[in-house]
Design a protein around this ligand. Structure first.
Ligand SMILES: [Ca+2]
Ligand SMILES: [Ca+2]
Length: 184
């Protein structure tokens, strides 16, 4: 960012070819600061090219350009859910659900919250929740919504991970929550 030492906004004084610098004598220099905004929702790895061209008003063949490239880094959240065992099950059977949220983008995903409503005709199994950043490091979590990584909200009949607040997931970051239900 150029320090503001008396900068002023250039305007298109003649209505031709964009903003005008005014007369520039031989050897003169203008530092031009252009601000662009990346639209919210731009896809990860989108390439933005900003091209600035200076053209002489006296002789339009006298010109030069510079291209500035910016690569957008944005999060891409991928969520998957598996159940074990699969297939037809009888009442009383215990089903274990594993939900994995992964950031496959190059930007950090902020304010990530996994919420999963307990399926109809099943009941949440107390003390069945575990969560962690890898399957190998899943740790038991209390039923309460107490900020230990995951919990069960009786009010909404759902499992939440994290239970209170949200997560930030960097590139390739993931958060896994596992819990059990019984078929009514
Ligand atoms: Ca102009
Ligand atoms: Ca908890």
């Amino acid at each position: 960012m150029v320090e503001d030492d008396g900068d002023y906004i250039l305007t298109d004084t003649d209505g031709i070819n964009g903003v005008d610098t005014g007369t520039m004598v031989k050897g003169a220099c203008r530092n031009i600061l252009a601000l662009v905004t990346i639209p919210v929702g731009s896809a990860d790895q989108t390439q933005d090219n900003t091209i600035i061209t200076a053209t002489s008003a006296n002789d339009p063949t006298v010109k030069d350009s510079v291209t500035l490239s910016t690569t957008v880094t944005a999060p891409v959240l991928n969520i998957q859910k598996t159940v074990n065992p699969t297939g037809t099950q009888l009442p009383g059977a215990v089903l274990v659900y594993t939900i994995t949220a992964t950031n496959t983008g190059t930007g950090t995903a902020t304010e990530v919250l996994i919420t999963d409503i307990i399926p109809t005709y099943t009941s949440f199994v107390l003390d069945s929740i575990s969560s962690g950043s890898t399957l190998a490091t899943l740790a038991p979590r209390s039923n309460a919504v107490d900020g230990d990584g995951a919990g069960f909200s009786a009010g909404s009949n759902s499992v939440e991970a994290p239970d209170g607040g949200t997560l930030s997931l960097g590139q390739n970051g993931q958060w896994i929550v596992r819990f059990s239900v019984t078929i009514d």
